[in-house]
Design a protein around this ligand. Structure first.
Ligand code: SF4
Ligand code: SF4
Length: 259
């Protein structure tokens, strides 16, 4: 499978960034994941705790996994939607992004499958048991910030992530990200209105985004928390890597018409 083709297909599907990592068990991420579960206790996302070690190994999603492609779509995170009930996070501006990003990932995987039979592929966007942000770091796209999100040096953290796991080798792989990362910055922790961020983990029982989105998933009526009725962008709008994009005039991004 050709690395250059992967990058071209991802760009042609509309992704802002794409990186390619060699599949392996991400054993080094176990302590971080465990710390996140501990921080959340009986938090709102109990499914994360179930058989969580499976999430470290992409072969549990696709037998004989060899390659993990990570794609990212940048969006304008400084445009929350003001509704009568409260603010809606910018990434939910056009409703649920998952079907659109999944369709883009499928476009990439179908082109690769057509070119490399009998290639098998598993497309993941947020709901599969895989550590998408950790794989983005493995694929060289950035670092996992104190806000726990992927931060790319150029594009910041307003990124929607998607992953494709494949059972064939690629002719080249990206190096894991090895830059400076957050350094001494703690602006996201300071900006969080509920104190949900600590030691690079998020307490999902306190996080407004987790709480409000989980309520809507369960079909419960929207109840604003700190003015937010769906999602929360405060730790991201405080991040200097996102603010720099505004200074550089990289915003607003062109609207992305989801398929
Ligand atoms: S999304 Fe909001 S509540 Fe959750 S960690 Fe970020 S700032 Fe805190
Ligand atoms: S605000 Fe600072 S600490 Fe938080 S993710 Fe951005 S760079 Fe890292």
């Amino acid at each position: 499978m050709k690395y250059e083709h992967i990058l071209n297909y991802a760009a042609e599907a509309g992704f802002t960034l794409c990186g390619v990592a060699r599949a392996r068990v991400l054993a080094g991420h176990a302590p971080w994941f465990e710390a996140g579960l501990e921080a959340s206790g009986e938090g709102v996302l109990p499914y994360l705790a179930r058989e969580w070690r499976r999430r470290l190994d992409p072969s549990t999603l696709l037998a004989d996994a060899r390659t993990v492609i990570v794609c990212a779509l940048a969006y304008d995170g400084f445009s929350p939607v003001e509704t009568d009930a409260g603010r809606v996070s910018a990434h939910r501006r056009n409703g649920d992004y998952h079907p659109g990003v999944k369709a883009m990932l499928r476009e990439v995987s179908e082109r690769l499958r057509a070119e490399n039979p009998p290639l098998r592929a598993k497309v993941c966007c947020d709901t599969s048991a895989i550590l998408e942000k950790a794989w983005a770091v493995e694929a060289g796209l950035g670092w996992q910030g104190r806000n726990t999100l992927l931060v790319n040096p150029m594009h910041g953290s307003f990124l929607l992530l998607g992953v494709i796991v494949l059972d064939a080798e690629c002719d080249r792989y990206d190096e894991p990200f090895s830059g400076v990362g957050c350094g001494s910055c703690r602006r996201c922790e300071e900006a969080c209105p509920t104190g949900a961020l600590r030691d690079r983990t998020v307490d999902t029982g306190r996080c407004i985004s987790a709480l409000t989105i989980e309520r809507s998933r369960k079909g419960l009526p929207a109840e604003p928390i700190n003015g937010w009725v769906s999602g929360c962008d405060e730790c991201q709008t405080a991040c200097p890597h996102n603010l720099r994009r505004v200074r550089l005039g990289a915003l607003p991004l062109p609207p992305r018409p989801f398929p």
